[in-house]
Design a protein around this ligand. Structure first.
Ligand code: ASP
Length: 342
């Protein structure tokens, strides 16, 4: 049911920054000042309430505890609002959106992350359109049902699925891409929703999952990777998983030391190795090349077309559920929040 109320949650990011008088560098400032900059919000026919992190952060400082804080804010306010808009720095927005997509179980309301490349006070800012349209999206209901009952990122006229999104430009207003999944909505003269791409409203009871395993590492395969480096990594005490960014369709070197160390990690240490591609788009096809097939023979999991952000946070989430090795593999290799193509 829609009650025409949106909660705007401010975490920090360029959108609410100003230049520090001494250093000239951008630092977050008080949230109340941000709203003064967008008088247009008063024209929206919805009640917009706001809540701010006590200490707004540049999103480079976002950590799992901030994801938990966001999930808690949403949980505490879940029944009182139609939807949620999270103002967040763009640097780690894709990580936060991916993490939240897993942590918010049975989500049936819109959670839209947005931010901007220029501060809201800047004459040429992209912040206003991003915030206003995000609020529109979060409040879009049809027959009492939300049009976007999932975690999305809205930036520069596109709504993307959060756990499919990567930051692809440090320069352009169009800073995000969802290389393996087309946009959920497009904003032009009309706000057009592509309903066939949007997840259905969940029928289960909403809850949040707060246990995230942090002993997970991301490792990019490259031609100069050494045995000593890989050996050091798999011997990190307490390490539970390695998200391995491989070449192309899931290929990596086939040297005995490389495959041997991975096998040892999986079988002797119980470390989960995930094969994802370091390419911006496309998927793992483990049987296409010998080099990919041999890697999968070590017991690696097939990350298919997951982004690094989604693979990392999905693993942190699933490890937090204390599943058996088999159950974790099953859950990891299928789509649980629309994060991978099956
Ligand atoms: N460093 C900033 C942040 O992620 C960049 C931005 O907001 O776009 O907080």
């Amino acid at each position: 049911m829609s009650n025409n109320k949106i909660l705007l949650i401010y975490t920090g990011g360029t959108i609410g920054m100003h230049k520090d008088a001494e250093t000239g560098a951008l630092v977050p400032f008080d949230f109340s000042k941000i709203l003064e900059q967008i008088p247009e919000l008063k024209l929206i026919d919805k009640q917009i309430d706001t809540i701010s992190f006590e200490k707004p952060v540049d999103s480079s400082n976002i950590q799992p505890r901030h994801w938990i804080k966001l999930a808690e804010i949403i949980e505490q306010n879940y029944d009182h609002y139609d939807g949620f808009v999270i103002l967040h720095g763009s640097d780690t927005m894709a990580y936060t959106a991916s993490a939240l997509s897993f942590m918010l179980e049975n989500l049936s309301k819109p959670v839209i992350l947005t931010g901007s490349q220029l501060p809201i006070g800047d004459l040429r800012t992209d912040a206003k359109e991003n915030i206003i349209t995000s609020i529109e999206i979060a409040g879009s209901y049809e027959n009492g049902k939300p049009l976007v009952p999932e975690v999305g990122i809205y930036f520069e006229f596109k709504l993307l699925r959060g756990n499919r999104t990567v930051k692809s430009s440090a320069e352009h207003f169009n800073a995000f891409d969802s290389p393996n999944y087309a946009p959920l909505a497009q904003s032009g003269v009309h706000l057009k929703f592509f309903k066939h791409r949007i997840l259905p409203v969940s029928q289960g009871i909403f809850s949040i999952h707060k246990k995230l395993e942090e002993n997970v590492i991301v490792l990019k395969v490259h031609p100069a990777l050494t045995k000593a480096q890989l050996s050091y990594i798999i011997n990190i005490p307490g390490l539970k998983a390695v998200i391995l960014e491989t070449y192309g369709s899931g290929n990596s070197l086939t040297a005995d030391w490389f495959l041997g160390l991975l096998k040892q990690a999986v079988t002797e240490k119980g470390i989960h190795i995930v094969n994802i591609t370091q390419c911006l788009s496309g998927s793992i096809s483990p049987d296409k090349y010998e080099t990919g097939r041999k890697l999968m023979e070590t017991g690696a999991l097939n990350g298919k077309d997951l982004t690094t952000e989604a693979a990392l946070t999905k693993m942190m989430y699933l490890l937090g559920k204390n599943l058996s090795k088999k159950a974790l593999k099953q859950a990891f290799e299928r789509s649980i929040r629309g994060e991978m193509s099956v």
